[in-house]
Design a protein around this ligand. Structure first.
Ligand SMILES: [Zn+2]
Length: 203
């Protein structure tokens, strides 16, 4: 097709000129948080909404990750009574460009089916708490600006839509003694930005 060859020709010189970085090391593209939150929150029709009271924020503690990778890992875990986990314990995962696009928000089967979480180590917070996990280790470095924008937007939309009070938005370390979501997670900034109704473009 002539269109395709024109396209290829216009892409080729740029690709050749690029520095020799391995594809796996290159961050994936960044997404717009305004669209990302709305898309991820959409529920299949007929699913009854769970009466959410909390949002619990986590980091993955890893440099890279994705819904699929965490799902695989959590499926191998067992609860206190020896039953295998259903799979990924969070309701949302936000990518950092390594494994998922930077700022990408993905909902999991737990959100789509409005199931309890398996993320906080506490029954009431798992039962009524929306678990959001950002990929990264925020004990070592802060989240990307796209992640901060996306998580702020998602929290803002969730708290307004489901009537979650702002003191119900907490870090995992407020539920139990853990470093999660890490000392570099900008909690106050995220809370503040989540209260802004209009999306602020971050780029
Ligand atoms: Zn955690």
């Amino acid at each position: 097709m002539p269109f395709r060859s024109v396209l290829l020709l216009s892409i080729l010189p740029a690709a050749v000129a690029e520095s020799p970085v391995r594809a796996a090391d290159r961050p994936l593209r960044t997404v717009d948080p305004a669209d990302a939150a709305e898309d991820a929150m959409a529920l299949p029709s007929g699913v009854a909404v769970r009466p959410w009271k909390f949002i619990v924020i986590h980091h993955s503690g890893t440099d890279q990750g994705s819904v699929a990778a965490i799902h695989r890992e959590h499926r191998s875990r067992r609860d206190r009574s020896g039953r295998a986990w259903l799979g990924i314990g969070y309701h949302f995962v936000i990518g950092n460009g390594h494994g998922m696009a930077d700022g990408q928000i993905s909902s999991t089967f737990r959100w789509k089916q409005q199931l309890h979480g398996a993320h906080s180590g506490s029954l009431p917070y798992n039962d009524r708490g929306i678990g959001i996990c950002l990929i990264g280790n925020f004990e070592k470095s802060p989240p990307t600006s796209a992640q901060v924008a996306s998580v702020s937007r998602l929290i803002g939309r969730l708290t307004r839509e489901y009537g979650i009070p702002s003191d119900g938005v907490i870090g995992h370390n407020q539920v139990r003694p853990t470093a999660c979501p890490g000392r570099f997670f900008p909690f106050q900034e995220v809370l503040q930005r989540s209260r802004q109704r209009t999306a602020v473009r971050w780029y």
